[in-house]
Design a protein around this ligand. Structure first.
Ligand code: FES
Length: 127
């Protein structure tokens, strides 16, 4: 098994937007693209009440949760003060414009957390 799983090309993620990557177990992963083409990946689950961060507004290197507007750092998944909490962050590797996520993290990270009840359905990635 490869250490990294190809997800999509950078340009497949809208600038200041995201793409959801469904998994066999656990919540999906939200892959974000900043205005400067940096790419980040967080569990698609707000640390507040589980809102779908992939549906939030990306600004700078943060995303505003669509449910109650908490600001979550894309680099580390940490909620900006005065809010408190953290959502798991996934490692990202870009090779020749293709976004890869770490395969071990995809299989295990955050799989013990409840899946959000809101957000669109997406196809699962190939195993
Ligand atoms: S669920 Fe994200 S701010 Fe409340």
């Amino acid at each position: 098994m490869s250490d990294w799983t190809a997800i999509c090309r950078i340009e497949d993620i809208p600038p200041l937007g995201s793409r959801r990557v469904a998994r066999e177990r656990g919540a999906a992963v939200a892959v974000f693209r900043s205005a400067t083409d940096r790419v980040f990946a967080l569990l698609d689950r707000c640390p507040h009440k589980g809102g779908p961060l992939s549906q939030g507004i990306v600004f700078g290197e943060s995303v505003a949760c669509p449910l109650h507007n908490w600001s979550i750092g894309l680099c580390d998944g940490v909620a900006a003060a005065p809010d408190e909490g953290c959502t798991p962050k996934f490692s990202v590797q870009i090779v020749d414009g293709v976004v890869h996520l770490n395969a071990a993290e995809l299989a295990t990270l955050g799989t013990d957390l409840p899946v959000p009840m809101a957000g669109p359905q997406t196809r699962k990635i190939a195993a």
